[in-house]
Design a protein around this ligand. Sequence first.
Ligand code: SF4
Length: 204
Amino acid sequence: MKAPLIAISRHRIATDGVGVTTLVAFHGCPLACKYCLNPQCKRADGLWKRMSPKELLAEVSLDDIYFQATNGGICFGGGEPLLYSDFILQFAEIMPSEWNITVETSLNVPLEQLKTIEKAVSKYVIDIKDMDSDIYKRYTGKGNQQVIDNLKYLISKGIGSKACIRLPLIPNFNAEENRTKSEEQLREMGFDDFDKFKYFVKEG
Ligand code: SF4
């Protein structure tokens, strides 16, 4: 199995997971966010290379000593990494057991894809955009019922504490009061780790 990648970025410190991490970014995403942070993941010419789990392991292993010394490992992002759950699972099965896997995901994927990687993942960084379904749909072009179902699944399995939920302020799409509502809803569900920030958008 080979998965399409847009980039590998080494030596990231405390940006996406504990310790030193290498970001592995996949090509492809089911959403169409108006201010996409990585537009190359959706363009045909954004594809960098295809790799098998074994080839990826050979590529990222040169930082093994950093991962082991800092409890770091691999952060899978994109694009949407959960489109490639089977690949991530296969990679997890052959990587050193001391490495940790983080996924940066929208969670807008079928539940089966979340279940596939459940045992392999140490941390989920989840960009929920906004919990309001109308705002979400206007911003991403897709509904958020799947996201909500998957969030409930994480809580039901007792792994909500592995999640850091990103709550962005999205110019022209939501406001502080919407974000507060999203946070309240998520706290009621059982989440308690949030990363609040604002998308910077060039006007004009
Ligand atoms: S989820 Fe991320 S990669 Fe996908 S369209 Fe939105 S910003 Fe772009």
